[in-house]
Design a protein around this ligand. Structure first.
Ligand code: ZN
Length: 426
């Protein structure tokens, strides 16, 4: 009998979801210096390997804060893998996260399309699938919280991290990866797997905000969310030309460094990958709060235009905006945000999921096939400055990806997104 009890205990502990908790933590406000508050969550007693069968399922948060868009919340695994949970969501006045569950296939949609207090089950701003990478989950997980704006502080009531048999994974139809080329598009010819970059329209169409010329914080700004997806045959991948630099010793000074970039272009022939590196743009360290990582220069350009007698007149043109390139979401066949040019995108894309770009590292950035890189309207720098004496009225917002044509892709003709927009507060 005792043997039977012993086994049933082991079996149930490997089958049932297991939850680990941290509670009642006062959150620091921003004191002009950006400070990352680390909240440890001790995990023990789990199998020593998390993957697509058993792994991280969800994170649930209840916290009180009078302006949640001040907060960037990340999760960090014992092996150092870090992913965004929610980044500066809630707009100008949104308060609190109450019983907010984050999971890869959250039924209530992507967190950045939702409203406070975010009660429900949402898809996080980053990709939890990257945690389930065969690491040992036993050890200290950390919830990393940054408050990026002064005046409001908060309180974390509870955070729960749950592991189980519905782990976050990227659901591929076939397992095309660099380790399994036999499952990738392969017709014997030498095929160059170029990326194809497009704007995901729904984020921009539903997330923009105009500020009046007497707004004390955002004087005449048009804040806009932009997500850039890759619908090509291969990943977009870049890495810096650090030739002659000693990367680790001594730790190089991050400030004011700008490196030339190579774009790595993959080819596939007879089930073998090869690649060439081509000179492309540049990358630098972006110090703005909430970023503090490397940005690819001049990644998009935003413009406001109008047409007069069939002539296009540029009314406002922003400084080009730089991005850190990583895959923080995947186009998903059941998500209305994944409609581009009236076509639903998802895992029927050839080579879907090819390329791993989980975070903003200097040494490798990119966007996987079928992935997108989202920048929300509350992120620093993510706006178009409207000119003085601008007239209210109907305009067209244009966003162009890679306006200087520095990167290689299969189709440049779909790099310009435009939509009508009404300017009414100037
Ligand atoms: Zn950034």
């Amino acid at each position: 009998m005792s043997v039977y009890v012993f086994f049933s205990l082991i079996i149930s502990s490997t089958i049932n979801a297991q939850t680990f908790t941290a509670k009642n933590v006062e959150l620091y406000d921003n004191f002009r210096e950006v400070f990352t508050q680390e909240i440890p969550v001790e995990v023990s007693g789990l199998p020593i390997n998390i993957d697509g069968i058993f792994g991280l399922e969800s994170v649930e948060i209840t916290l009180h804060h009078n302006r949640t868009s001040d907060l960037k919340i990340q999760l960090q695994a014992p092996d150092g893998t870090t992913s965004w949970v929610t980044n500066r969501n809630g707009g100008l006045i949104g308060k609190n996260y109450i019983a907010t569950k984050f999971s890869q296939f959250g039924k209530d949609g992507i967190i950045n399309t939702a409203k406070n207090p975010f009660t429900g089950n949402f898809i996080p701003d980053g990709q939890f699938a990257y945690f389930n990478n065969n690491q040992n989950p036993n050890g200290t997980w950390k919830v990393l919280i940054e408050d990026l704006k002064p005046e409001e502080k908060g309180f974390l009531d509870e955070v729960q991290i749950t592991f189980g048999k519905n782990p976050a994974i990227i659901k591929k139809r076939n397992i095309c990866s660099f380790a399994t080329p036999e499952f990738c598009l392969n017709n014997g010819k030498n095929i160059e797997l170029l990326p194809d970059l497009v704007i995901v329209p729904n984020f921009t169409k539903t997330q923009f905000q105009e500020f009046s010329n007497d707004d004390e914080h955002f004087h005449s700004q048009l804040k806009i969310s932009v997500a850039i997806a890759n619908i090509g045959l291969g990943p977009l991948e870049v890495f810096p030309d650090t030739l002659g630099m000693k990367i680790n010793k001594p730790a190089f000074d991050k400030s004011d460094k700008r490196f030339p970039l190579f774009q790595k272009i993959y080819s596939l022939k007879d089930k073998n990958f090869s690649s060439v590196n081509k000179k492309s743009g540049t990358i630098y360290y972006e110090k703005l709060p909430g970023h503090e990582h490397y940005h690819v220069d001049d990644w998009i350009e935003m413009r406001l235009v109008k047409f007069e007698k069939n002539k296009k007149i540029i009314v406002a043109k922003g400084a080009k905006v730089s991005y850190c390139l990583f895959t923080n979401g995947m186009l998903y066949e059941k998500d209305k945000n994944s409609i581009i040019d009236n076509k639903q995108y998802g895992n029927d894309l050839k080579n879907y999921g090819l390329g791993d770009y989980p975070s903003c590292e200097l040494m490798k950035q990119g966007i996987a096939v079928g992935g997108y890189d989202y920048y929300g309207l509350m992120y620093e720098g993510q706006f178009l400055q409207l000119p003085k004496y601008m007239k209210n009225g109907d305009y067209i917002l244009e966003i162009e990806i890679d306006p200087d044509h520095k990167y290689y892709e299969s189709n440049r003709k779909n790099n310009l997104f435009s939509m009508p927009i009404k300017i009414e507060k100037q």
